[in-house]
Each structure stands twice: as structure tokens, then as C-alpha cells.
Ligand binder design. Structure first.
Ligand SMILES: Nc1ncnc2c1ncn2[C@@H]1O[C@H](COP(=O)(O)OP(=O)(O)OP(=O)(O)O)[C@@H](O)[C@H]1O
Ligand SMILES: O=C(O)C1=C[C@@H](O)[C@@H](O)[C@H](O)C1
Ligand SMILES: [Mg+2]
Length: 297
């Protein structure tokens, strides 16, 4: 390699390329902890020639560079490309990201705040909580108060499948229902404009859809005591509590609350409706949404 081959003008794109290759070879070799001697032995390129390459001297042939790349265990393009990440962990993550399904990719982008705009959530409000929390009752009334559409994921699933929720659950099972609900949620998230949304009590247990929900909607956890949950859903013929006496039903709800509390606590706000009339809770929820500026910010 003779110095006369090195383009000296720093504006020259060949100079930028040779400097970049030199830097990448140095970085990758150090990252892998490979002495120059080892790279030399593996590639058949002399240590002196490698030293020149790493100093940005000369103009290595493409065939020799390919041998160096192979010795370093990297595709040659990693040593050449303008924007590339040489961190092996980041490369592995990039490969996994490429193969991931759409919902996982969207959740990862949200977690990394690829789209940072805070207004992504403005006017998009989601009510969460166990059965009987009042998602439907309060959601419908609050939507009316703000003149917004009210969307229930479970109704979307019923429309999609053409059968009532109880039949969806017995036909598709809890996993099938969760998958259908996650698909419906994705459609809601892609909507433009404000809305009040209600999701099933179990959605918080689905990591990717829940992360997506948190990043694209303001979430409110509606709570009440286990005894009040039972008193509210029993008259609705809650399948989950069928056959349980009062004590068993309350214990079942209590253990579900305990298990899900760390998940529900990730909501942006909470409203306790215990020993409160539905009408008063509607007013409380309207005030909370207004105070928190969920419709505007
Ligand atoms: N403070 C209150 N807030 C909300 N609902 C109340 C309140 N007090 C009593 N209720 C009654 O409790 C019931 C709440 O049921 P609702 O169907 O709205 O709950 P949900 O969260 O939508 O449950 P599910 O998960 O089964 O869809 C209603 O019958 C409602 O009238
Ligand atoms: O809290 C839950 O896990 C559930 C609540 C219901 O809305 C249904 O979605 C289903 O029974 C699961
Ligand atoms: Mg409901």
C-alpha cells in the first residue's frame, strides 16, 4: 500500500470512506478483544498491512477487506457503511426487531419513544378496571358529557366475530379473546380524533397491547372494593363468579385485585367509586379528566 494512493483532500469522499473503514476495523477488533496478530493469522493479511489499514493509510482492495471482515466475524458492509451500529448487542436486537410481529414492533417503538409527541394521547381516554368497575356505565355517560364517541373493545370483538362475548369466551377461550381484543385495540389506536374507550379487565396482563395503550391513550383505573365489585356484577350474571357463595366470590375478586394492582397502578390516573352513586362517579370522572387536561394536552 503506497501513500501516494491515499486521497489527501479531506473533502474527498474517498478520504472519508478510507477513514471510516480504518475506524471501524479498529473499533470492531477492540470490541472483540482480538490482537492484530490474531486477525492477521485468520485473514492472511500481514500485521503491518493491518496497521496501515487501521491508520487510514493506503487503499485496501475489496478482496483483502473481505478477508479482514471475515476474520473479525463481521459482514464486510459493516466496515464500509456510513450509518451502521457496530455494537453486537444492538445488532442482535435489530435482527430480532426485524423478525418481530407488527404489535411487538409498535410496542418497542412506543417504549423507545420513537415518536415523542406528547399530544399522541390528547383526547384519547381509556377506562380500565375489573368487572363491575363501571367502565361501561361511566364511559357511556362521560362520553355523552364531552360529546365524544364511546368505544368498547368487547363490543368490537362481538361485532368482529358476530357472536356475544360469553360465546366468544367459550368458543375461542381466554387466549383467543385476548388476541381478538389486542387486534381491535390496534384498530382503535390507529384512529384519529378523541374518544372514550373501555377495555376488558384482563388487558393489562398483555404486555405489548398494554404498553401500546399506555403510550397512545390516557388511562384511568376505576376501582371499588371487592365486595362492591361482587355486588355490581352478580346481578349481571358474571360467569366467573357462578357457583361461588358471597365469601368465595369476594375472595376471588380480592386475589385478582392484589395480582393486578401493580399493573393497574401504571394508569395515568385513578378514580375510587366505592360507596358512591353512579351519577356522582360520572361527575367525579368528568372533573378528573378536566383537571388532568386529558382532552387537551
Ligand atoms: N359509583 C359507581 N360507578 C359505576 N358503576 C356503579 C357505581 N355504583 C353502582 N354502579 C353499578 O355497577 C355496575 C357497573 O357495571 P359496568 O357494566 O358499568 O362495569 P364494567 O366495568 O363495564 O364491567 P365489565 O368488565 O363486566 O364490562 C352498573 O350496574 C352500575 O349501575
Ligand atoms: O378481568 C378479566 O380477566 C376478564 C374480564 C372480562 O371483561 C372478560 O374480558 C374476560 O372474562 C376476562
Ligand atoms: Mg363493561
Amino acid at each position: 500500500m503506497s501513500n501516494s494512493e491515499v486521497p489527501q483532500n479531506t473533502d474527498d469522499p474517498r478520504h472519508a470512506l478510507i477513514s471510516r473503514v480504518a475506524r471501524r476495523v479498529r473499533e470492531v477488533r477492540k470490541q472483540k478483544g482480538m490482537p492484530r496478530r490474531v486477525v492477521s493469522e485468520l485473514s492472511g493479511v500481514s500485521p503491518r498491512y493491518l496497521a496501515q489499514l487501521e491508520a487510514g493509510e493506503g487503499n485496501i482492495s475489496i478482496a483483502l477487506l473481505e478477508r479482514v471482515a471475515r476474520a473479525l466475524g463481521m459482514p464486510m458492509e459493516v466496515l464500509i457503511a456510513r450509518n451502521i451500529c457496530v455494537d453486537p448487542e444492538a445488532q442482535r436486537i435489530a435482527q430480532l426487531f426485524e423478525k418481530a410481529p407488527d404489535d411487538i414492533r409498535a410496542a418497542i417503538k412506543d417504549l423507545l419513544q420513537v415518536d415523542k409527541s406528547a399530544s399522541l394521547r390528547a383526547g384519547r381516554i381509556c377506562l380500565m378496571g375489573l368487572r363491575g368497575a363501571g367502565k361501561t356505565t361511566l364511559g357511556r355517560n362521560v362520553a355523552k358529557a364531552f360529546d365524544l364517541p364511546f368505544i368498547e373493545l368487547s363490543s368490537m370483538v362481538e361485532d368482529d366475530t358476530g357472536i356475544p362475548l360469553a360465546e366468544v369466551l367459550s368458543l375461542y377461550g381466554p387466549e383467543g379473546f385476548r388476541r381478538l381484543e389486542a387486534e381491535a385495540l390496534e384498530r382503535v389506536i390507529k384512529r384519529t380524533g378523541p374518544f372514550i374507550l373501555s377495555v376488558s379487565g384482563g388487558l393489562v396482563e398483555q404486555e405489548a397491547p398494554f404498553a401500546r395503550l399506555l403510550s397512545r391513550c390516557y388511562t384511568i383505573w376505576l376501582q371499588t372494593s371487592p365486595a362492591e365489585h361482587v355486588a355490581r356484577v352478580r346481578p349481571q350474571g358474571a360467569m366467573q363468579l357462578a357457583g361461588d357463595d358471597e365469601q368465595q366470590a369476594v375472595a376471588k375478586i380480592k386475589s385478582l385485585v392484589d395480582m393486578r394492582t401493580p399493573l393497574y397502578e401504571r394508569a395515568h390516573a385513578q378514580l375510587d367509586t366505592t360507596r358512591t352513586s353512579a351519577q356522582k362517579s360520572v361527575r367525579d370522572l368528568v372533573s378528573l379528566i378536566t383537571q388532568m387536561k386529558f382532552l387537551t394536552h
